[in-house]
Design a protein around this ligand. Structure first.
Ligand code: PMP
Length: 393
């Protein structure tokens, strides 16, 4: 460490680098690795969406847009949310952002005052804790468990509430577990939210990727719209991670406050991505459904495959992750992931990098081809067999 580290804001200095990155770096140095590590669709953005982008460039759409984003896009977003049972005014209650990543940062910086507690069910997306700290908040984790199908229960939520609790940060369908919450589960949570006057940030980026039930938008529950900031985007459903486009929907005051930060830091989301997102919402449903069908086929393959080779695996109902249990191997999740990578060239992510509740599990993304997934399962089976743990009949 050079003397310059002393000049860095201590809050930034003490934030650890993402635990996922380390495995990417290791895997990048090796050949023949099958990566189940990345949280990203393996599909290319559907052609008609790319075409809309190219055409917009032809037309010369290369300018800034309104800070809020193109009104047409906000109207289409409002239509989509309307189809989920929640109605927003596109002029005042929707903000187009640079990915859900920016929307999350804006939501936290808008709601959190120094010392406020943000309740985060874990395992969770790796950004939640650092972004909470950067916003001056105190992350309070609530570990979910395989026994509860990695759902948040009202009892567990009640147990961590203090006078400083301000925000509940939800993410269902969940990264990294693939857990979903049904309407009744969410109603139970909404009850606690109302009782303790909490605000909710609901990251619903995987809302289209559900396989065993329908997604319920948290804001559509009685009384929840006014106290919820819904975050969503185009990265996962439309295979548009590189376009960097998302949005937030909330009450007028919250959106106006978020827009204040956004207008000074980001100004607006890129116009090319906005035009393309508009095309995705208008005409992208069937391409998206094809991808969902393929994810579901892969999901069934890996969940079944893990059981076959002796890894107990909770059945994920959404997103594109499986979260098998590896605790019985006697290895920690980090040891398991590292040995599997070095011995069999399969990259998975140790569950503990996603916070409490993830120990003893590894995250495997099934956004990969059926061939790669089949090969990865074979390699994992061989890895377990060497340790006398394969289920082989
Ligand atoms: N939230 C969750 C739960 C995610 O998994 C991701 C991406 N892995 C993001 C937010 C960030 O999405 P975006 O590409 O829209 O910034």
């Amino acid at each position: 460490m050079s003397k310059w580290s002393n000049y860095i804001n201590p809050t930034v200095r003490q934030i650890p680098p993402s635990g996922i990155r380390r495995f990417f770096d290791l895997a990048a140095e090796m050949e023949g690795v099958i990566s189940l590590g990345v949280g990203e669709p393996d599909f290319v953005t559907p052609w008609h969406i790319r075409e809309a982008c190219i055409y917009s460039l032809h037309r010369g759409s290369t300018t800034y847009t309104s800070n809020h984003g193109l009104l047409e896009l906000r109207e289409e977003i409002a239509n989509y949310l309307g189809s989920q049972g929640v109605h927003y005014n596109p002029k005042k209650e929707i903000l187009v952002t640079v990915g859900v990543s920016e929307a999350l940062d804006l939501a936290l910086r808008t709601l959190v005052c120094p010392g406020d507690e943000v309740i985060i069910p874990t395992p969770c997306y790796v950004s939640y804790l650092p972004c909470t700290e950067l916003a001056g908040g105190v992350p309070v984790t609530v570990a979910t468990s395989m026994e509860d199908q990695f759902r948040l229960t009202a009892d567990k939520l009640e147990a961590v509430i203090t006078p400083k609790s301000k925000v509940l940060l939800l993410c269902f369908p969940n990264n990294p577990t693939g857990a979903i919450m049904d309407r009744q589960n969410l109603l139970n949570i909404a009850e606690v939210v109302r009782k303790h006057d909490l605000l909710v940030i609901s990251d619903e980026i995987y809302d289209r990727l559900t396989y065993t039930g329908h997604h319920t938008c948290f804001a559509s529950l009685p009384g929840m719209q006014e106290r919820t900031i819904v975050l969503n985007g185009f990265s996962k459903a439309y295979a548009m991670t590189g376009w960097r486009l998302g949005y937030a929907a909330a009450n007028e005051e919250f959106i106006a406050a978020m827009t204040k930060i956004h207008q000074y830091t980001m100004l607006c989301a890129p116009i090319t991505a906005q035009v393309s997102a508009l095309e995705a919402l208008r005409h992208g449903k069937s391409a998206m459904q094809d991808m969902v069908t393929q994810y579901n086929r892969r999901r069934r393959l890996v969940v079944h495959g893990f059981k076959e080779i002796g890894l107990p695996c909770f059945e994920p109902g959404g997103a594109f992750y499986a979260f098998p249990y590896i605790g019985h191997t006697g290895l920690t999740a980090a040891e398991f992931a590292e040995s599997l990578l070095l011995e069999e060239k399969v990259a998975v992510i140790p569950g503990d990098v996603f916070g409490p509740g993830g120990e003893g599990c590894v995250r495997c993304s099934y956004a990969s081809s059926l061939e790669d997934l089949t090969e990865a399962l074979q390699r994992m089976g061989r890895f377990l067999k060497r340790r006398g743990l394969h289920n082989s009949k």
